[in-house]
Ligand binder design. Sequence first.
Ligand SMILES: Cc1cc2nc3c(=O)[nH]c(=O)nc-3n(C[C@H](O)[C@H](O)[C@H](O)COP(=O)(O)O)c2cc1C
Length: 174
Amino acid sequence: MPRAIALFASARRHGNTGAFMDRIAGELGIEVVDLGALCIAPYDYAHSHRDDDFEPLMRRVLACDHIIFASPVYWYAVSSPMKIFLDRVTDFLDLPELLEDGRRLRGKTGYVVCTSIYDAAPGPFVDAFRDTFEYLGMRFGGIAHVNCADGYQPAQHDAAAVAFAYLLKDRMPG
Ligand SMILES: Cc1cc2nc3c(=O)[nH]c(=O)nc-3n(C[C@H](O)[C@H](O)[C@H](O)COP(=O)(O)O)c2cc1C
C-alpha cells in the first residue's frame, strides 16, 4: 500500500507551492498529483460528472494512510482546483454506493502544505482544512508553510520542507 500521496493545486505547476511540495515529495519519495492537470468537474447535486477523473483519483487516495493537501493561499483561501477537489469529496458522502469507501477516510491523516506572502497561513485557510478533516474523521497531521514573498528560495525554504518530510517519515512504517 502506498503510504502517502500529495494532492497539489496551484495556478502554476512549477511555482512556489510546486517547488515546496516537490522538495517534500522528493525527500519522501511520494507521488505529487497535480489536480489542475486532471479533469475534475465542480461538484453538482445531480452528480452528473461521475465519469471524470475524480473517482479514480479518490481510489488512489483511499489506498494511502497519509494525504497531503498542497495549495497556495489565494485570497485567504485555497486555489480553485483544490476547492473543487474538496467539494467533490461530498460525492463519497452523498452517493450510497460510494459511502462505504468514503468512510475509509476515517482514521487517515491529512496534512497541509502551503505558501503565501506572509509569515503564516491565514487562520481561516488552516481552519477550513482542520474542520474538513475533523468532519471526515481524519486526523490533522500538521502544516508546512513558507513565506514566498520573494519567491521560493531553496536556501531559505528547503529546511522547512525537509523538516516536514521527516515528520511524515517518522510516522510511516519502514
Ligand atoms: C490570485 C492570488 C491571490 C493571492 N492571495 C493571497 C492572499 O490572500 N494572502 C497571501 O498571503 N498571499 C496571496 N497571494 C500570494 C501567493 O499566496 C504566493 O505568491 C504563493 O507563494 C503563490 O504560490 P504559487 O506560485 O504556487 O502560485 C496570492 C496570489 C495570487 C496569484
